[in-house]
Design a protein around this ligand. Sequence first.
Ligand SMILES: Nc1nc2c(ncn2[C@@H]2O[C@H](COP(=O)(O)OP(=O)(O)O)[C@@H](O)[C@H]2O)c(=O)[nH]1
Ligand SMILES: [Mg+2]
Length: 303
Amino acid sequence: MFEKLRSAIKTITTTASQRTLKEGDTIKILTEFELALIESDIAPVIAENLVKKVKETITGTKVDRSLDTESHLRAHLKNVVKNVLNEASDLNFLKVISEKKKTGNLFSIVFLGINGTGKTTTISKIGKLLKDNGFSVVFAAADTHRAGAIEQLTEHAKRLSLKVVSQRYGADPSAVARDAILYARSHKIDVVLIDTAGRMQTSKNLMDEMTKIIQVIEPDLKIFVGDALAGSDTVSQAKEFSEYTEFDAAILTKIDADAKGGAALSIISVTGKPIIFLGMGQEYENLIPFDVNNFVSSIFDMK
Ligand SMILES: Nc1nc2c(ncn2[C@@H]2O[C@H](COP(=O)(O)OP(=O)(O)O)[C@@H](O)[C@H]2O)c(=O)[nH]1
Ligand SMILES: [Mg+2]
């Protein structure tokens, strides 16, 4: 996982340790580090900020070369990255849902993101996860634009033995979502998962549509779904969606397909919102909780 980012960090720290460190060398190493971060899909402004922080913490600390410059440098970088990640808000997904359930009220989640990032697939995975954890679930097929979108969600619902609420193509997505909420209330369902249409970055109509769904439904959670493979594009989508919809958390998909890893760090840093799950493939089980410590270890700790 995140092999590219991991090997960039390894290269930099190893190179650094093989040099006889002189004044000025740190700057050179840090510049190389910054470039490596950017190549691993970390947004330039974040890379710069990280390097600045490393510079601040490393200045004045004495590197005992006989000890191990490499681990010294790596430990610094690791701390800085960890602190950045820990600045984001926190969300215990299953816990917040379970707490709402105890009050006897319905929990609704809207999934947002552009076409093809994995929203529908992720909703199915979440549907299975919730079902396995004892929650009753209904899907709302509120992507009424994309050909095949309703059938795709319906097929997943069938396989998972879950109910899907849908209307015809072209129907008002807010109306579909509202229908699903009414259905869930009258059937005492715990959670409604609302699929939405992907917004092309230029299409204001679709963005307005998302805003309308959010206003009508007032969901308990708004989750942004981003494709890790799209790297820096995903970071700018996250930024834009965050500004328009103020989403609560993100899920990054396609991590299995050799994603570089920088997008994860950038999204958290840019939006201040946590990543709660990683999509690791096309099967229902291929969804793992995102954990800051694991992420940081997977990048920094040498095996
Ligand atoms: N490898 C991989 N493919 C995924 C993952 N999540 C979704 N996909 C695939 O990405 C494509 C688009 O997914 P879809 O859920 O339809 O995206 P949507 O347009 O956002 O609803 C499909 O072919 C999915 O099977 C993942 O975690 N890993
Ligand atoms: Mg879809």
